[in-house]
Design a protein around this ligand. Structure first.
Ligand SMILES: [Zn+2]
Length: 138
């Protein structure tokens, strides 16, 4: 899993010593986890105030895989991208704020179909994120 900077888009391989902030001292933006295909989606969501906790696009080599985005700070969504669902859970750490797990199951048995599904979900998520209201009111 890699991380992308919300400030400048710089990416970083995840390591034990991974920095919490961008390694560019002039940027020092926050780094969030993201599969590379979802970099623009994750940057857009977080910069609009939809704080992500976890994200994975799914493994094309697994027979059953899912694209999953996990959000914190109690966000709710009126609309989801086509083919996506969401479950709302209580944050087990804080016991309060809801955590939203948005998912799209990928049940294709053919690897080409599975990869095409991943690409299509990434496109749908980007269009969806682009249309979301900016929670920061900017
Ligand atoms: Zn940066």
């Amino acid at each position: 899993m890699e991380r992308v900077c919300l400030g400048c888009g710089r990416t970083q391989k995840h390591t034990i010593s991974a920095l919490e902030k961008c390694s560019d001292v002039y940027c020092a933006g926050e780094m969030v986890y993201a599969d590379s295909i979802l970099y623009p989606v994750l940057v857009m969501l977080n910069n609009k105030g939809y704080k992500t906790k976890h994200c994975r696009v799914g493994n094309v080599f697994n027979a059953t895989t899912s694209t999953i985005l996990t959000f914190e700070n109690g966000v709710t969504f009126e609309n989801l991208p086509a083919g996506c669902g969401a479950t709302y859970r209580t944050d087990y750490k804080t016991g309060g704020k809801s955590v939203v797990v948005m998912y799209s199951h990928n049940n294709y048995t053919d690897i080409v179909e599975r990869q095409l599904h991943i690409l299509s979900i990434a496109s749908l998520l980007l269009e969806w994120a682009d249309g979301l209201q900016d929670l920061r009111g900017e």
